[in-house]
Design a protein around this ligand. Structure first.
Ligand SMILES: N[C@@H](CCC(=O)N[C@@H](CS)C(=O)NCC(=O)O)C(=O)O
Length: 212
C-alpha cells in the first residue's frame, strides 16, 4: 500500500516530511487535511494525532505523528541509512547526528517557528502580530546562530560531516525567514552558516517541495 501522509500543502511540518519522501524517492499520497474546515480537530483526526496537528503518516496501517519522528522512521525503513542518518551500529556517528538534531529542536525551531507564527501565520489568521515579541525572538535566534557558526567551523554539517536529517529539519522554517526579510542564514556575519544554508536549501528535494 502506498504511504499516506495526512497533512496540508501550506504546513511547514508536512513539508519537512515531504522533503524526506523526495530524498528517498518514495511514492506517497498527500491526504489534505483542511484547516479551514478544522479537520485537524475532528475526533477521527485526534484519535490518531491527539494534539490536533498535522502531519501524520499511515504506512499500511502503522500510524505515526511528529514530523521528525516520521522522518527518522522513513529513513530507517526505506533506505536512508548512510544517506540521511548514520548506521545505528555506529554509535559515535549516531550520537553526533542526534546532537545536531537536538540543536535544531532546541536552538533553532522555537525561535524560527515563533517568528513565522508572529510575522507570517498571524496575519493570515487575522490575528495581531506582537512586534516586540518578534524582535525578541529575532535577537535570540541571531545569538543562537553564533553557536551554529562555531559548530559549522568544526564540521561540515549539523549532524557530522555528511548531510543528515538534522540539516533537512531546518528547511521549512529557515526558508520562511527570508520572506520576513531576516537574512541571518545568508549574511556574511556567519560565513559557515551561509555556506551550509546555501548548500542544503538548494537540494533538489527542497527545491521541489518548496515550489508547490
Ligand atoms: N511537533 C509537531 C508540530 C506539528 C504542527 O505544529 N503542525 C502545525 C502545522 S505545521 C499544525 O497542525 N497547526 C495547527 C494547530 O496547531 O492547530 C510536528 O513536528 O509534527
Amino acid at each position: 500500500m502506498v504511504l499516506k501522509l495526512y497533512g496540508n500543502p501550506h504546513s511547514t511540518c508536512t513539508a519537512r516530511v515531504r522533503t524526506v519522501l523526495e530524498e528517498l524517492s518514495l511514492p506517497f499520497e498527500l491526504v489534505v487535511v483542511d484547516f479551514a474546515k478544522r479537520e485537524h480537530k475532528a475526533p477521527e483526526f485526534t484519535a490518531v494525532q491527539p494534539f490536533g496537528q498535522v502531519p501524520y503518516l499511515d504506512d499500511d496501517g502503522f500510524r505515526l505523528f511528529e514530523s521528525r519522528a516520521i522522518c527518522r522512521y522513513l529513513a530507517l525503513k526505506y533506505g536512508g541509512i548512510g544517506k540521511l542518518i548514520p548506521d545505528p551500529a555506529d554509535l559515535e556517528k549516531t550520537a553526533v547526528f542526534e546532537q545536531g538534531a537536538s540543536v535544531e529542536l532546541s536552538n533553532f525551531d522555537p525561535f524560527a517557528s515563533g517568528l513565522a507564527f508572529e510575522n507570517v501565520f498571524k496575519p493570515v489568521l487575522g490575528l495581531e502580530t506582537d512586534p516586540a515579541f518578534a524582535e525578541k525572538l529575532k535577537g535570540f535566534l541571531e545569538n543562537k546562530l553564533a553557536g551554529y557558526e562555531a559548530l559549522l567551523a568544526k564540521q561540515k554539517y549539523l549532524g557530522g560531516n555528511e548531510v543528515t536529517l538534522a540539516d533537512l529539519f531546518h528547511l521549512p522554517y529557515g526558508t520562511l525567514l527570508k520572506i520576513q526579510k531576516i537574512d541571518f542564514l545568508e549574511s556574511d556575519k556567519y560565513p559557515n552558516v551561509k555556506k551550509w544554508w546555501a548548500e542544503i536549501s538548494s537540494r533538489s528535494s527542497w527545491v521541489k517541495v518548496s515550489a508547490r
